[in-house]
Design a protein around this ligand. Structure first.
Ligand SMILES: Cc1cc2nc3c(=O)[nH]c(=O)nc-3n(C[C@H](O)[C@H](O)[C@H](O)COP(=O)(O)OP(=O)(O)OC[C@H]3O[C@@H](n4cnc5c(N)ncnc54)[C@H](O)[C@@H]3O)c2cc1C
Ligand code: FES
Length: 263
């Protein structure tokens, strides 16, 4: 019987520096994750980290990683041709089937764009799948901008608001993503919408509260969570919050559950 937690060695095909601390690693893999799922990336004798799949294609997956510690720093020392160990995909991703034919609002903060990137790419390739996409993406400053190429392409396909927290940049707004929620024409959507929110916990908390001010239905809002994990298959309890296992019940949750998970 196959061991469900046995990592597989996979070759790094490409490393793209999105920003100083956020790099995208393209890795050879035949895995077919759903949009919003994550994989466990590991380096022998160093450790393992859950990372969302930020894009996928035939025979490859991309992971956009922020170097913050032991495992991620070690991954940053790798080059094309080196090996990474992968297991997964794990968790519940975005309910993309439910999104079909709806107006989709996506609100992200910083690297929170990574877990929605593969879904946005799909919507850009197949615009007829949804009625419209409104994307609000915020970054701390210009140095923190990731996926610059995608951001330019999405301008042509979606209604976009790109923002920096306090800095000025031509074609960009200045302010937190929460400030632009009021500009989304929810009244025009006649109930046929879904909202996706990903970012640091305070950003998700305040974006959720802002959405509620405009009478957005909490059951139509989805958020993705990052928690410390170990097994990623619902066995060890590392990711547990009360009765919820983030690794198997999530990482994507409806706001009705997510609002109790936001610290
Ligand atoms: C479902 C899921 C998807 C994720 N997707 C991405 C992604 O696409 N890109 C990305 O860069 N990161 C992602 N993360 C976060 C990533 O897993 C952590 O940053 C990573 O595990 C840190 O490992 P490390 O050994 O480098 O850092 P460590 O040396 O273990 O810790 C460095 C710091 O990061 C914190 N940390 C450690 N693990 C986590 C964790 N799982 N979640 C949040 N904080 C943590 C620690 O408390 C410490 O402050 C995701 C996490 C989850 C649970
Ligand atoms: S990480 Fe082990 S139960 Fe979720």
């Amino acid at each position: 019987m196959m061991n469900p937690v046995m990592p597989e060695p996979c070759t790094i095909l490409d490393v793209h520096k999105e920003s100083e601390h956020e790099w995208t690693f393209r890795v050879a893999s035949d895995a077919c994750p759903a949009h919003g799922q994550f994989m466990q990336l590991s380096i022998p004798k160093i450790g393992e980290a859950p990372i969302s799949v930020s894009a996928q294609g035939e025979g490859w997956l991309e992971f956009t990683i922020r170097s913050v510690g032991k495992v991620t720093d070690c991954i940053f020392s790798k080059e094309p041709g080196d090996m990474l160990f992968l297991r997964g995909p794990y968790g519940k991703g975005w309910p993309v089937d439910e999104f079909a034919g709806k107006h989709i609002v996506v609100i992200t903060g910083g690297t929170g764009l990574a877990p929605v990137r593969s879904m946005l790419r799909r919507f850009a390739e197949k615009p007829e799948y949804v009625k419209s996409v409104h994307l609000i993406s915020g970054f701390k400053n210009e140095e923190g901008i990731i996926f610059s190429g995608d951001l330019v392409k999405w301008k042509e396909k979606f209604a976009v608001t790109y923002a920096l927290d306090t800095d000025q940049k031509e074609g960009w707004r200045t302010g937190f993503v929460t400030e632009f929620v009021k500009e989304i024409p929810f009244d025009e959507f006649q109930g046929g919408y879904a909202v996706v929110v990903v970012g640091p916990p305070p950003m998700m908390k305040f974006t959720g509260l802002e959405l509620m001010k405009y009478n957005v239905d909490p059951e139509k809002v989805w958020m993705s969570f990052e928690r410390k994990m170990s097994c990623a298959i619902g066995k060890c309890g590392h990711c547990r919050i009360d009765e919820v296992y983030v690794c198997t019940d999530g990482p994507v949750f409806p706001y009705t559950t997510a609002r109790d998970l936001v610290d």
